[in-house]
Design a protein around this ligand. Structure first.
Ligand SMILES: C[S@@+](CC[C@H](N)C(=O)[O-])C[C@H]1O[C@@H](n2cnc3c(N)ncnc32)[C@H](O)[C@@H]1O
Length: 280
């Protein structure tokens, strides 16, 4: 049975307040599908039944599971490829030179989904900057709101379809071990990344270091204008002066936060820096 407009509206409001995801009109089918699967797993008779239970008692664990179920986690290794070229050829060489005194580098993948993004960064570091990898203090942090994604990312065991998407065969052979029909990431890459749960619309932990590079790719698209603006303002405070922000191909800071400028590069990537007069 399809969910009613009132039930759909309830889920839209819940997502908006819990994680700022703004569902478009006409996404009822998505709610029916995803909440339907969750309902079955949680022992409810239907999606409607689960929503009804929530409206009567907003049980935090169930809310968390609804948010988790409703996130879109599409991702792949070396997504769009060029951002990783820019990272390898321009940004990392520049940062390793600029910070050769402190020998410290902080990188954050801020909506890391199932781990392909931070592990792609870790592979770039291991392949091309082996010396800095051993001599420097490199902190590679990855966060997401979805506990299911984070558990998958921490396991770092991918299926054939996932490793076929974006991962060059040379890197598959070098960094993964085959286990039946799955591919297990080797510790040399896996151990470089620290995963944590973090909701971007909640306060960010004060212990989080200032970042040299933030990957915030393909997540702002789910938020409304006011939320994008707030998050970009927090990103500005979290970035070191002259730090770099990577957004997805369909995302921009333009008309949202004019303190950022897109960097000029051969690679034509949505990579931004804070204008020097707007630093902090
Ligand atoms: C489409 S994936 C993008 C993954 C990766 N950055 C990429 O570009 O391939 C979007 C991710 O954003 C996460 N997300 C959505 N809302 C969030 C929020 N409020 N806080 C943190 N993560 C969120 C989802 O769980 C999902 O894993």
């Amino acid at each position: 049975m399809p969910i009613s407009p009132v039930e759909y509206d309830y889920i839209c409001q819940l997502l908006k307040s819990e994680c700022a995801i703004a569902l478009d009109v006409g996404k009822e089918y998505l709610v029916e599908l995803r909440i339907g699967i969750l309902a079955e797993n949680e022992g409810f008779s239907s999606a409607q039944n689960l929503i009804q239970q929530l409206t009567q008692k907003k049980e935090p664990q169930l809310v968390k599971k609804v948010v988790d179920a409703m996130t879109t986690n599409e991702t792949l290794f070396f997504r769009d490829f060029k951002p990783f070229e820019l990272l390898h050829k321009e940004i990392l060489p520049h940062l390793f030179q600029r910070q050769s005194g402190a020998k410290e580098l902080n990188i954050w993948s801020a909506a890391c989904s199932m781990g392909q993004e931070p592990y792609s960064i870790a592979m770039v570091l291991d392949q091309y900057f082996a010396q800095q990898r051993s001599d420097w203090k490199i902190h590679l942090q990855a966060t997401d709101i979805s506990f299911t994604c984070l558990n998958y990312a921490k396991d770092a065991v991918y299926n054939q379809f996932e490793v076929n998407r974006g991962l060059p065969i040379s890197l598959l052979v070098r960094y993964f071990e085959q286990e039946n029909d799955r591919w297990k990431l080797k510790p040399v890459i896996k151990e470089q990344v620290q995963f944590q749960e973090l909701n971007l619309i909640e306060p960010w932990p004060s212990y989080m270091p200032k970042m040299d590079i933030i990957f915030l790719r393909n997540v702002l698209i789910y938020f409304d204008f006011a939320t994008k603006k707030k998050i970009l303002q927090k990103v500005r405070q979290q970035l070191k002066p002259d730090g770099y922000l990577f957004l997805g191909n369909a995302e921009t800071t333009l008309m949202i936060d004019d303190a950022f400028s897109r960097i000029d590069s051969l690679y034509n990537v949505n990579c931004y820096q804070v204008n020097s007069r707007n630093n902090q």
